[in-house]
Design a protein around this ligand. Structure first.
Ligand SMILES: *Cc1c(COP(=O)(O)O)cnc(C)c1O
Length: 391
C-alpha cells in the first residue's frame, strides 16, 4: 500500500470494542489486570500490555504504530515535544567523557542542550562545519557518541550530505542521529541514506495546523542498544512520553499529512519563484529553487519536494521589522508548517539571546525573515508580502 493509504488504515493493536473508526482516546492513567500473574508479567516485560500511562497508552501506541508502518522503522517512541525526543535520543547514546560531533547550524534549543546541558554532564560538543567532510572525519574519535545533524538547517537552509557523513561515521562505528523535522518522513527514506535514528518535532507538519506539541524517535535498530535505553530507562525515568490527547490529534494530523504537505511544498515553490521577481527583496533562499546550491543534493535525498520553509533577505534589521509590522494576512509567529503562513525574524527572537558574535558564527543574519508557507492560496500570500514590502 502507498503512504496515503497506510496513514489511514494501519490496523489497531487491539480491535476497538465498539469498532470506532477514529482512533479511540484512552484518557486514563492505569489499566486493570485479570490476576496477579498477568500483572507481574506485564510489569516485568514478559507480556506486552499497558500498565501505567507514563510508560504505555493504547492511543499513543496506535500513533507510534502508524509511524512505524510508514517508516518501516524497528522502534518508534512518541514523546511530549520535539525537544523531549531530541534530548532523550541524545541521552541514550552519551555518557560522561564522550563527545557529540555536530554543527553550529542547529535549532536554538538543541544547540543549548548540547553545548549547555550536556556539557555540564561532562559530554563535549564538537561543533564543526558539516559540509566539510574532512573536518567531520577529523572530529570523530573513540569517544564520539554520535554524529548529530539536522537534514536541512533552520534558518540557514544548509542540506547535509547524509550518505557521505554516514559513511564516515559508520566506518568509525558511530551512529548518525538526524533531526528530520523539516521534510516529513513520508517523503524520504533516510535509513537508506545511512541515518540510524531520526528525531522529529511532530509539533510541526504532523500536528495538523499547530494543534499540539509532540516528538518522535524513529529508530532503525542499526545500533540496537539505543532503543533499550530509550524505552526501558529514559522514557520512563524522565517522564517524556506523549499524552493520549496529543496522540489523538497527531494521528488525525498524520491522516491528512500528505495532502497538506504536498500543497504547502507546492505553495512554497510557487512563492519562492514569485518572490525572486520582487524588487524590494535582496535574496530568496529555498532549496527547491534550481539555482540553489543545495538543490541537487536535496532532490537526490528528499525527492521532488523541498519543504515549506524559505527565507528572504531584506536591506536591514529595520526593514525586517517594518515588513513584519505591515503584514495583514501572514502571521507574526514562530512555529513551522502550521496550516497558516507564518513569518519571523530569527535573529531577534529564536536567537535573540545569543551574542552577535555567535550569531555570525551560526550564520543567523539580521537581514533574514523566515517564512513557513501555509495552505492559503499562494496569490494571497504573495499579495500580502508585496504590500508589506512596498513603502
Ligand atoms: C521546532 C523544532 C524543534 C523542537 O521541537 P518542539 O516540538 O518545539 O520541542 C527541533 N528541531 C527543529 C528542526 C524544529 O523545527
Amino acid at each position: 500500500m502507498k503512504k496515503q493509504t497506510i496513514a489511514l488504515h494501519t490496523p489497531y493493536v487491539r480491535p476497538d470494542a465498539y469498532g470506532s473508526l477514529a482512533v479511540p482516546v484512552y484518557n486514563n492513567v492505569s489499566f486493570e489486570f485479570q490476576d496477579a500473574q498477568e500483572m507481574s508479567d506485564v510489569f516485568c516485560n514478559r507480556v506486552k500490555a499497558p500498565d501505567y500511562a507514563r510508560i504505555a497508552n493504547p492511543t499513543v501506541t496506535q500513533f507510534e504504530q502508524r509511524v512505524k508502518a510508514l517508516t518501516s522503522a524497528a522502534h518508534v517512541t512518541a514523546c511530549n515535544s520535539g525537544m523531549a525526543a531530541i534530548s532523550t535520543a541524545l541521552l541514550a547514546v552519551v555518557s560522561q567523557g564522550r563527545n557529540i560531533v555536530t554543527s553550529r547550524h542547529l535549532f536554538g534549543n538543541t544547540l543549548a542542550f548540547i553545548s549547555g546541558t550536556l556539557l555540564r554532564l561532562g559530554v563535549k560538543p564538537r561543533l564543526r562545519d558539516l559540509t566539510d567532510l574532512e573536518a567531520v572525519e577529523a572530529a570523530i574519535d573513540e569517544q564520539t557518541a554520535c554524529v548529530f545533524l539536522e537534514i536541512v538547517t533552520n534558518p540557514q537552509l544548509e542540506v547535509a550530505d547524509l550518505k557521505a557523513i554516514a559513511e564516515i561515521a559508520h566506518r568509525k562505528g558511530v551512529p548518525v542521529i538526524a533531526d528530520s523535522t523539516v521534510i516529513p518522513f513520508t517523503e524520504t527514506r533516510l535509513q537508506a541514506l545511512g541515518v540510524d535514528v531520526e528525531v522529529v518535532s511532530s509539533t510541526k507538519y504532523l500536528s495538523g495546523g499547530g494543534t499540539s506539541l509532540g516528538g518522535l524517535i524513529i529508530d532503525y535498530a542499526t545500533f540496537p542498544d539505543i532503543n533499550k535505553r530509550v524505552k526501558y530507562d529514559l522514557l520512563i525515568n524522565l517522564g517524556v512520553y506523549m499524552t493520549p490527547q496529543t496522540a489523538y490529534m497527531q494521528t488525525l494530523g498524520l491522516e491528512t499529512l500528505d495532502v497538506r504537505y504536498q500543497q504547502q511544498a507546492a505553495n512554497a515553490l510557487w512563492l519562492a519563484k514569485a518572490l525572486k521577481q520582487e524588487d524590494g527583496i535582496a535574496s530568496v533562499n529555498y532549496i527547491g529553487l534550481p539555482d540553489n546550491p543545495y538543490y541537487e543534493l536535496s532532490q537526490r535525498q528528499f525527492g521532488p519536494t523541498a519543504g515549506a520553509m524559505l527565507t528572504i533577505d531584506l536591506a536591514s534589521r529595520q526593514a525586517c521589522f517594518e515588513f513584519l509590522n505591515k503584514l495583514r494576512l501572514v502571521h507574526r509567529a514562530t512555529n513551522l508548517f502550521d496550516s497558516r503562513t507564518l513569518a519571523i525574524h530569527p535573529a531577534s527572537t529564536i536567537f535573540g539571546l545569543f551574542p552577535e558574535r555567535q550569531l555570525e558564527q551560526m550564520d543567523v543574519r539580521q537581514t533574514t525573515i523566515r517564512l513557513s508557507v501555509g495552505l492559503e492560496a499562494p496569490e494571497d500570500i504573495l499579495a500580502d508580502i508585496r504590500q508589506a514590502i512596498d513603502n
